[in-house]
Design a protein around this ligand. Structure first.
Ligand code: NI
Length: 181
């Protein structure tokens, strides 16, 4: 297992659309293990392969308090969406930014698990938010894309200024106030 570097906005590689996994083999299982290690170390509650510059449709989450409910989704498909929920989201690829995003409150998902078995289940609340956020990553979409142009422009300026001042970002976990997806 290895902890992988996480791409940060506005890196254009975050915009690459991931391709479906054709067979769930040892290579994919090694990727899943690396994604979990990287997510737990960050720390985050979700991570998509896109964020570590692997453009395959694989994502991992763990929204439990105890960090003991790892959940891996390969080729996730959101079959159904219901209701609305607004949540202040953050993202490991957009450090120190938290903004409210409205998504479906409840979803039905189909995916493959680490053994390549088809799984279908319902998710709601934070898990539903997380799966939608990570699925977006696989499509090259970021949560900041949901913000107004004005807010996004402000954000870009802030990030450019910070990069100029600090050089490559050093994540300061003590400043994370909410779970980062
Ligand atoms: Ni994210």
């Amino acid at each position: 297992m290895a902890r992988l570097p996480i791409l940060e906005y506005p890196d254009p590689r975050l915009r690459i659309r991931a391709t479906p996994v054709e067979s769930v083999d040892d290579e994919i299982r090694a990727l899943v293990a690396d994604l979990f290690e990287t997510m737990y170390a960050a720390p985050g509650i979700g991570l998509a392969a896109t964020q570590v510059n692997v453009h395959k449709r694989v994502l991992v989450t763990d929204v439990s308090e105890e960090r003991n409910e790892p959940c891996c989704l390969i080729n996730p498909e959101i079959l159904h969406k219901e209701g609305e929920i607004s949540y202040e989201e953050g993202c490991l690829s957009v450090p120190d930014v938290f903004e409210p995003v409205t998504r479906a409150e409840k979803i039905r998902v189909r995916c493959l698990d680490e053994q390549g078995e088809v799984r279908e289940f319902e998710a709601e609340g934070l898990l539903a938010i997380c799966i939608q956020h990570e699925s977006d990553h696989l499509d090259g979409k970021l949560f900041v894309d949901y913000l107004s142009t004005l807010k996004r422009d402000r954000l870009k300026k802030k990030i450019a200024k910070k990069a100029k001042r600090d050089g490559p970002a050093e994540r300061d976990a003590s400043r994370i106030s909410a779970p980062v997806i």
